[in-house]
Design a protein around this ligand. Structure first.
Ligand SMILES: Cc1cc2nc3c(=O)[nH]c(=O)nc-3n(C[C@H](O)[C@H](O)[C@H](O)COP(=O)(O)OP(=O)(O)OC[C@H]3O[C@@H](n4cnc5c(N)ncnc54)[C@H](O)[C@@H]3O)c2cc1C
Length: 291
């Protein structure tokens, strides 16, 4: 039986199946897709979910290095929902409601046919001293000093130069954002206004001006769950490319191809699916052993 996870920490498989430049794994380094490789070697069918929206943004945190590699820390549910933060692309433009990760995910895959680029990767988290004073960054206690590996500058222009993003674009974006904040409404991306966001907080609680120097910026990376996995049937049996089950081989959890697509990721899908198909596989195995 395979419950060996996905391939999020394999640069080769990520390159083969994902189109997300700058991908960083938020999973342990052991998740290198061994199950996928071994199962396909004996004829397992493979499925790639074309519209995998279980993508988040995170930043590399050198303080959490494991084996010399900086781990990618998820920022979707902390920094990106907090006031006095925005996410901009290299043009200095915001492109989504930062507080709702499902609004951000599809915009990361966007491709501009004229410029031949994915305009929203790389992207950057921008925040100000007001955020630093009152909020938690990278899991540290609120108000603790921002670590030295985060770039900072006394002006937005200088920060933009350090981050290599368009300074005029960033200035215009922040000006509009700050004006909106004073009116209590994000006219550009309607931050915090999705029903999911409203269930948790009033939109204004995610808004705050970016105006107090120093200004801080950190590069954000896409970090996602694997889009490809081996095909398993309703009893968690791995399916051969010719359509029949491979005897004795089961796949559950992230080793198996996703069954959900289109509507985006909901928290609990992965663990729920792993538990459900794990039970079905164990029942199937028990029946086989008793027959
Ligand atoms: C930061 C973060 C937050 C998350 N939040 C949620 C959430 O809120 N809700 C949710 O449902 N899911 C969440 N997930 C996803 C969830 O944790 C995973 O989808 C789930 O753990 C997958 O379970 P699994 O058993 O398929 O694989 P894993 O839990 O990844 O376990 C696979 C195991 O197999 C081992 N392995 C791999 N190759 C080999 C080999 N060749 N030999 C021996 N062992 C091997 C690995 O070391 C690993 O221990 C989150 C993930 C992360 C990283």
């Amino acid at each position: 039986m395979q419950a060996s996870g996905g391939y999020e920490s394999s640069p080769e498989l990520v390159h083969r199946f994902e189109a997300l430049p700058g991908w960083q794994s938020m999973f342990p380094e052991s998740l290198t897709g061994d199950a996928l490789v071994m199962a396909t070697e004996i004829g397992a069918a493979l499925r790639v979910v074309g519209n995998n929206l279980s993508i988040f943004l995170g930043f590399r945190n050198p303080e959490e290095a494991s084996g010399g590699t900086a781990l990618c820390r998820l920022s979707a549910t902390a920094e990106l929902t907090a006031p006095r933060t925005i996410v901009v692309n290299r043009h200095g433009h915001r492109f989504a409601d930062e507080s709702f990760f499902q609004a951000v995910a599809p915009r990361l895959r966007e491709f501009d046919a004229r410029t031949r680029e994915q305009p929203n990767l790389p992207c950057f988290l921008i925040f100000d001293a007001g955020y630093a004073k009152g909020q938690s960054f990278a899991g540290r206690a609120p108000g603790r000093e921002i670590p030295s590996w985060v770039l900072r500058a006394t002006s937005l222009e200088a920060l933009a130069i350090e981050l290599r993003i368009d300074a005029e674009g960033l200035a215009a974006t922040v000006q509009r954002f700050n004006e909106d904040v004073r009116r209590g409404l994000d006219s550009e991306q309607r931050r915090g206004e999705t029903p999911w966001g409203l269930a948790r907080f009033d939109p204004s609680t995610t808004l705050g001006p970016i105006e107090q120097p120093p200004f801080y910026g950190v590069r954000l990376h896409p970090t996602a769950l694997s889009s490809a996995g081996v095909v398993a049937d309703t009893e968690a049996r791995v399916t051969h490319v010719r359509g029949h089950p491979i005897q004795g081989l089961y796949a559950v959890g992230n080793a198996a191809a996703r069954t959900e697509t289109g509507s985006g990721y909901q928290t609990g899908f992965s663990l729920g699916s792993g538990l459900t198909f794990g039970l079905l596989a164990a029942r199937g195995l028990a029946l086989t052993m008793n027959s």
